[in-house]
Design a protein around this ligand. Structure first.
Ligand code: GCV
Length: 675
């Protein structure tokens, strides 16, 4: 790693995340043959060369005399699906045969992961090492909400908690792309295959990337290409007007169609493997087809037909809801919006449209039910969108290991049995339409990439679960620890102690029982129980002296439960079967309502908020034992953030408990201090 970024931090000072040189020690000592052609195969060769230069062994160009053979594409016999590889033992030689260049890179990192804590012979004996390895999700994509300039309210990276954009500075591409190279390397190692490099909220400056900024985009695409990653742009639906000078963006207008056709042709002429466009339309002020009385299939297909001749994909977001509602109007339910808008359009989207659906019906809350859209559109390619950046889960000031949340979501069975959410996204649902997973990235110019160093694990987990959603989160954390710190049992144990339960702990001391939000409007950090209650964005808890929660039943509420298939439509409808953790998402209940776990709603709030603070204190104490066991800068940064987490958890505890006591008058059964 060389060079320096324009923000002043030398790339050499940037944390290597899960790819320190040491992680390659296991392959470094070997004679490794790399066979094949192309950019990504060359990347594999470079990695092996670097490892053998550091740890001994040798890079070979033919299989003879090798301990490990990595062979790509034309040279690999047999039928391997794209991006797949096969690991076999031939006498004493480990042979990785890959379908293509990216698959060879994934095969290399498969070996690196398995040898980070043991030697190759021991790795061969482990379950899951030999055999065919193929991605469960064809699309494994990271979206960056990066602006080209610093936005007056949102900063440069919208909902970014890790410094500025690693791509853009003062309206154009950074001069020094050392960070981008390192980032692409990290992403390639966990098989991410697509990135979008600008914010879905497309402002005037970013809108011009599509036309005047193509040289910059092409430069980024070249860096990502070497790691098997295709580049995408977020575009504005109004681009024909704002960039093209037309009088309309009507999707059925011939001039508009011609404009998009020309724009797409120019992009692919410059970047032949460009991936496509991401579009946020009719959402939170972004322009869209509704302005012309058209629907979202009209809008998406307009762009899809422009990019189809080039093999491009349009990622069309389903995050469409009324953000100018009146809190007095009890009939408008934000949770219903995506299904109401999109389910009727099933079957109308072109094959190269991927409908990008947030995992829940709201907005990346700590706890939400799975979006009913996932089960409602068998004739549409659906990608499920996760949020690696921790907008609502502690903003990378709090430890919140999201692997367990994603495992639970991806393993959820929308029809009660059989097919999972991950299956639907991967094309194994009822309609068999394959897409994948998309997530909002959490990196920036911060020396640890992610502000909170432990948030690196969330980025890593997204890639690993997109490859195999059935991987236990705890195994993914083991991989991350072993690669990052070397195989050290004490460090591994400590990180499990600090991280394993951190999502549940965060849930404990923040908004209870699935009710969501209760955050400070605008920046969304810290408690504000009534912050959104009377705003146009939506009303989330309806608390009064008698009770709390949103009645989304068919019997007496907004009818949202009816958007689910059996069994969930009834499980959620009935108080007797609704899971505790989602109770207030689906029901308005008295403060004295007794949960399945045997205490009242009010008492649950007190118990979990006291418990949450105790758990954070225990995390901080446990982390303190790691001083001297992990590098000092890493230790110090985590320790500082834990201090803020301790403060923040107390603030949440005290505000929530006080609010509930004052509203409900229900005393704490254990007589603890509430203000
Ligand atoms: C990019 C939430 C965030 C917005 C974000 C939006 C989205 O509302 O608060 O910052 O905008 O989601 O996903 O489009």
């Amino acid at each position: 790693m060389t060079g320096s970024t324009t923000s002043g931090a030398a790339v050499a000072d940037v944390h290597p995340a899960w790819l320190p040189d040491r992680a390659f020690a296991g392959i470094g000592g070997l004679r490794v043959a790399v066979i094949g052609d192309g950019d990504v195969v060359q990347t594999v060769r470079d990695e092996v060369e670097r490892a053998t230069a550091r740890f001994g062994g040798a890079l070979l160009h033919a299989a003879e005399g090798a301990d490990l053979v990595l062979v790509a594409a034309a040279q690999a016999p047999g039928q391997l699906a794209p991006e797949s590889f096969d690991v076999a033992l031939d006498e004493d030689v480990v042979v990785v045969r890959a379908a293509d260049g990216p698959a060879l890179l994934y095969g290399l990192h498969h070996v690196v992961r398995h040898t980070a804590a043991r030697d190759l012979a021991a790795a061969v004996g482990r379950t899951g090492f030999l055999g065919v390895h193929a991605p469960a999700e064809p699309i494994r994509m990271l979206d960056h909400w990066d602006n080209l300039t610093v936005h007056p309210v949102m900063g440069q990276v919208e909902r970014g908690y890790s410094g500025d954009s690693i791509f853009w500075l003062d309206g154009r591409l950074r001069d020094d792309l050392g960070r981008v190279e390192e980032y692409a390397r990290l992403l390639g190692s966990m098989a991410i295959n697509r990135v979008a490099v600008n914010n879905v909220n497309v402002h005037a400056v970013e809108a011009h990337l599509l036309t005047d900024g193509l040289d910059d985009v092409a430069t980024l695409a070249a860096a990502f290409r070497r790691h098997g990653i295709r580049t995408h742009l977020s575009v504005s639906f109004a681009a024909p007007m704002t960039v093209g000078g037309l009088a309309t963006s009507d999707p059925l207008d011939d001039d508009v169609r011609a404009w998009w056709t020309r724009a797409a042709a120019a992009v692919w002429a410059r970047i032949p493997d460009f991936g496509g466009f991401v579009v946020k339309a009719d959402s939170e002020g972004q322009p869209g087809p509704f302005a012309y009385g058209r629907d979202h299939a009209d809008g998406a297909n307009l762009l899809a037909r422009a990019v189809a001749p080039h093999g491009g994909t349009v990622f069309w977001r389903a995050f469409v809801y009324n953000h100018t509602q009146d809190w007095r109007d009890r009939s408008t339910d934000r949770a219903r919006a995506a299904y109401d808008h999109f389910a009727p359009l099933d079957g109308r989207f072109d094959d190269n449209v991927v409908l990008q659906v947030k995992y829940g019906p709201m907005d990346f809350q700590t706890r939400e039910p799975v979006s009913p859209v996932v089960a409602a559109m068998p004739r549409t390619r659906l990608a499920v969108e996760l949020q690696v950046t921790q907008e609502y889960t502690g903003q990378q000031k709090h430890v919140c290991w999201l692997g367990p949340q994603w495992s639970e979501l991806l393993g959820f069975r929308p029809w009660g049995a059989g097919t999972t959410v991950a299956d639907v996204a991967g094309g194994h649902g009822p309609g068999g339409r394959a897409a994948g997973l998309v997530a909002v990235s959490n990196v920036g110019t911060d020396e640890f990439w992610t502000g909170h160093p432990l948030a690196q694990a969330n980025l890593y987990a997204f890639g690993r679960l997109a490859w195999d959603p059935t991987l236990p989160a705890t195994d993914v954390l083991d991989e991350w620890v072993d690669l990052t710190f070397g195989a050290d049992d004490d460090v591994r144990d400590a990180l499990h102690d600090v991280m394993d339960e951190s999502w549940h702990t965060y849930e404990d001391y923040t908004a209870p029982l699935g009710v969501g939000f209760m955050v400070r409007p605008g920046h969304h950090y810290g408690p504000d129980v009534d912050g959104y209650e009377y705003t146009p964005w939506g009303t989330y808890h309806f608390a009064d002296r008698d009770g709390i929660g949103v009645d989304r039943t068919r019997a007496t509420g907004t009818g949202y439960t009816g958007q689910y298939p059996e069994p969930w439509r009834d499980v959620y409808e009935r108080l007797e079967t609704c899971p505790d953790e989602l109770l207030l998402f689906f029901h308005h209940v008295p403060w004295t309502h007794v949960l399945h776990r045997g205490v009242s709603v009010a008492q649950h709030v007190y118990d979990t908020h006291f418990r949450g603070v105790d758990a954070v204190d225990a995390m901080a104490e446990r982390w303190a034992t790691m001083q001297g066991r992990v590098p000092d800068p890493f230790f110090d940064r985590v320790a500082q953030r834990l201090t803020e987490q301790q403060r923040g958890a107390r603030e949440w505890r005290d505000q929530l408990n006080t609010y509930v006591l004052r509203k409900s008058g229900v005393p704490d059964a254990h007589g603890r201090r509430i203000h």
